[in-house]
Design a binder for this molecule. Structure first.
Ligand code: NIG
Ligand code: FE
Length: 405
């Protein structure tokens, strides 16, 4: 038996390890894979004299860690293209939601949808994302808002992972908005999540984390805090939709619970960002939602940078505010709309996205011992991934060392 399963030669690699050369770039490199993990990587002339079952030249192509989309809502019924048209005619996202549209219209469609329909449409979106170089995707529930439909969504998310080969991390977002049956009784709905949904989700292993939407049109900080206390007690990590449309103290709240991430952050105040820095909470930036909502308030990128808060970039793929199924496109938007450098964008789609999911010991950089999740690109330099708009440059995606798809 050979020492390694696969040896990739004539590669240029961007390890994306923090503190290395820009992009962690190594020219004339080789990567050895064994048992789905990176067994060795580095300059070709330093390669140990070991043999591999299969050896393949990458013809000088660039290899990066496979991309990670750490914030999506890609399982849902129906779509909201009609609402998008309405918004173009001047009606706001919040007004549409107040009139019973918005998240609640997707809730109705998702409750009504057969599992097979949810699964088939989710799979199409997941495959579209994977085709842009993505090997790990977080999927949230949150369009059920009753126990049966929330569990249905999480079950579909888990099955999508099994069927596609993409590693799916499932997040319970039952606190996405107040369901119609609980109108005016948000506290009672939080109790339902704590008493009925959380225990069952934990028992059936259906979620890896718990999320909530802290916003005037959804839940207030004390309600989220109650939910997060219960989730934390059950051993679940938390993350938060924070300060997207207004400053609801979300960044500080997320930091208080040592959340994996606080996401959106357009209206976060400096105290909240400082608390995130101290807590090690990742800032997940979602330029697709910013763009689609015609937002003008930018997340506080300069302060995040100054304080060393890790910044991740994600698609937020969802029918209302971010109908986006491409990670390179999310990176391109993050640089244009938020001023992230191309290197920050790629770190945001790899190393820091892994951190936002608590998976940094296992993936997100090219390092010995980590998963052999590799994206091979037809580009002149990794910066090209952020430069081009709407171009497919993926040559090959390997997930745990095997061709994806
Ligand atoms: O991340 N902010 C709340 N959740 C989604 C929007 C969901 C929807 O409108 O359906 C977001 O933007
Ligand atoms: Fe979201």
């Amino acid at each position: 038996m050979a020492d390694w399963d696969l040896l990739l030669t004539d590669a240029r690699i961007a390890t994306m390890r923090a503190g290395d050369a820009p992009y962690g770039a190594v020219e004339n490199a080789a990567i050895a894979i064994d048992g789905g993990r990176i067994a060795w990587l580095g300059p070709a002339d330093e390669r140990p004299r070991k043999d591999a079952d299969e050896e393949r030249s990458l013809g000088g192509r660039w290899v990066t860690p496979a991309l990670i989309d750490c914030h999506t809502h890609l399982v849902f019924g129906g779509d909201r293209a009609g609402e998008y048209e309405q918004r173009l005619s001047g009606i706001s996202y919040e007004d549409i939601a107040k009139a019973g549209g918005g998240i609640l219209s997707t809730v109705t469609a998702t409750r009504d949808a057969e599992i097979d329909t949810l699964y088939a449409s989710g799979l199409r979106r997941l495959r579209a994302l994977a085709a842009t170089g993505v090997a790990t995707v977080e999927i949230k529930s949150g369009y059920g808002l009753d126990t049966a439909t929330e569990l249905k969504m999480l079950g579909v998310a888990r099955n999508l992972g099994h069927a596609s080969g993409v590693d799916v991390q499932a997040t319970l977002l039952a606190a996405h908005t107040v369901p119609p049956e609980y109108a005016g009784r948000a506290d009672d709905y939080i109790d339902l999540i704590i008493e009925a949904m959380l225990p069952e989700v934990v028992e059936r292993g259906l979620a890896d984390a718990v999320d909530a939407y802290c916003e005037t049109m959804a839940f207030q900080a004390p309600q989220v805090a109650k939910l997060f206390r219960a989730a934390t007690k059950l051993g679940l990590r938390v993350k938060l939709h924070a300060d997207q449309l207004s400053d609801g103290g979300g960044a500080e709240l997320a930091a208080h619970f040592k959340a994996l991430s606080a996401d959106h952050l357009e209206y976060s105040n400096p105290t909240g960002i400082r608390a995130m820095a101290a807590a090690g909470t990742v800032a997940v930036l979602l330029p697709g939602a910013y763009l689609t909502l015609n937002e003008t308030q930018q997340p506080p990128v300069a302060l995040l940078r100054e304080l060393g808060v890790p910044m991740a970039v994600a698609t937020d793929c969802n029918p209302g505010t971010s109908p986006l199924c491409s990670m390179p496109e999310a990176m391109a938007l993050a640089s244009r709309l938020f001023g992230l450098t191309p290197e920050e964008c790629l770190a945001g789609a790899t190393r820091n996205a892994a951190l936002a999911l608590g998976l940094d010991s296992d993936r997100g950089t090219l390092e010995k011992g980590k998963r052999a999740d590799l994206a091979v690109w037809d580009v002149n330099h990794p910066r090209d991934l952020t430069y081009w708009l709407g171009r497919d440059r993926l040559h090959e995606l390997l997930i745990e060392g095997l061709p994806a798809g």
